[in-house]
Design a protein around this ligand. Structure first.
Ligand code: GN1
Ligand code: MG
Length: 348
């Protein structure tokens, strides 16, 4: 990592005596917490530019979204708007909300004091998160500025399946033979999983501005369990609405983590499922179309399935995308997500 003091001074902070420590546990960016001698704290992220290839467009999206949300909060007279939206610092010489260094791109946001994230979910947190993501989508429904696809075809099932097929054909790691049968089973659900893409092509489903990484740990709460704001805005982009509802349920409405090695321990947590649905519909019901609402029960299947496809693809490609902690980590993840997809299929 580049010298963090050099980085933070680019954003106009006094680096003398500042300290840094690791923060969060995303699979893509690397995140640290910076503390200055005056006690103020900032979240510093090294942006993964092999995943986000166009940093200018990425930050165009982030700036547009944070400006839009801040304006909406002020317009509605919300108390403490600075705690309800991420505040990105600007590089003093370029005016941009990121800085380019020899060792990559970095950004800095103000740490919101007394804020917490939760790695595990309760029905209460799920309901609050559902409301938060529905409100987030609602606030961005009237966004006039164009947002870029920061990762083209990010939640496009047809594209994810084509990546899996490419990985099978290339078999660069020779891992295919060991997982042939499982891949055959996964591919047998492909047509069904791609129905929303077909509905979009037929003009029946709209693209909307979605968060596209709706995990409970991407909602910031205060210490009393009240929602502050939605964080991790890299993947905010146009998508089918099923993204936000489905990806949350995939990670939260389950009894085991996404990389649970013992698939017998994976079950749907219906209490969390129902609580999230209640919260989400309390804020999203007003703008969802009848077809979008009708498709919601398929969303959890869609995202567990998509994630099984993505983890399996990365496994075949030699673990080049997702950070892994051990040799077969992506395979373990793929199996766990496949199990969840099979369970969630019955919901739709
Ligand atoms: C990545 O880094 P993290 O955990 O926020 C990924 C998501 C996956 C997730 C699987 C940009 O998110 O799409 O669902 O890993 N983000 C990107 O854990 O690919
Ligand atoms: Mg994240």
């Amino acid at each position: 990592m580049a010298d963090f003091k050099h980085i933070i001074s680019r954003f106009g902070l006094n680096a003398d005596g500042a300290t840094v420590s690791p923060f969060g546990n995303g699979l893509i960016n690397s995140t640290s917490l910076v503390t200055l001698t005056d006690g103020s704290q900032y979240v510093m992220q090294r942006i993964n530019d092999s995943v986000f290839k166009n940093i200018e467009q990425l930050h165009h999206n982030i700036d547009t979204v944070t400006r839009h949300i801040s304006a909406a909060l002020k317009k509605h007279g919300v108390e403490h708007p600075e705690r309800k939206c991420l505040n990105f610092l600007c590089d003093k010489s370029t005016g941009k909300t990121y800085t380019a260094t020899d060792s990559g791109y970095y950004r800095l946001t103000q740490y919101i004091p007394d804020s917490v994230t939760h790695e595990s979910v309760t029905p209460e947190l799920a309901e609050a998160a559902g409301r938060a993501f529905g409100e987030f989508e609602g606030m961005l429904a009237d966004i006039a500025d164009r947002l870029y696809d920061t990762i083209p075809d990010f939640h496009n099932m047809e594209f994810r399946l084509s990546q899996l097929n490419d990985a099978v054909a290339a078999d660069t790691t020779g891992r295919y033979n060991g997982v042939k049968e499982l891949i055959g089973q996964i591919l047998s659900f492909a047509d069904e999983a791609c129905i929303p893409e077909q509905l979009y092509r037929d003009g029946k489903l709209p693209m909307r501005v979605c968060h596209c990484d709706t995990k409970v740990n991407n909602v910031l709460f205060d210490k009393n369990g009240n929602i502050l704001c939605v964080i991790d805005l890299d993947t905010v982009m146009p998508s089918l609405i099923l993204s936000d509802y489905g990806d949350f349920l995939r990670t939260a409405a389950t009894t085991a983590p996404e990389d649970e090695p013992d698939t017998d321990r994976i079950h749907i947590n219906h209490e969390v499922y129902n609580a999230f649905t209640r919260g989400y519909l309390s804020s999203a019901d007003s703008f969802l179309t009848p077809l979008e609402k009708q498709l919601l029960p398929q969303a959890m299947f869609r995202f567990a399935y998509m994630q099984a496809v993505r983890f399996m693809t990365d496994y075949l490609n030699g673990d080049t995308y997702f950070k892994t902690a051990y040799a077969d980590h992506n395979l373990v993840r793929a199996k766990a997500q496949w199990r969840l997809a099979c369970l969630a299929k019955d919901l739709g």
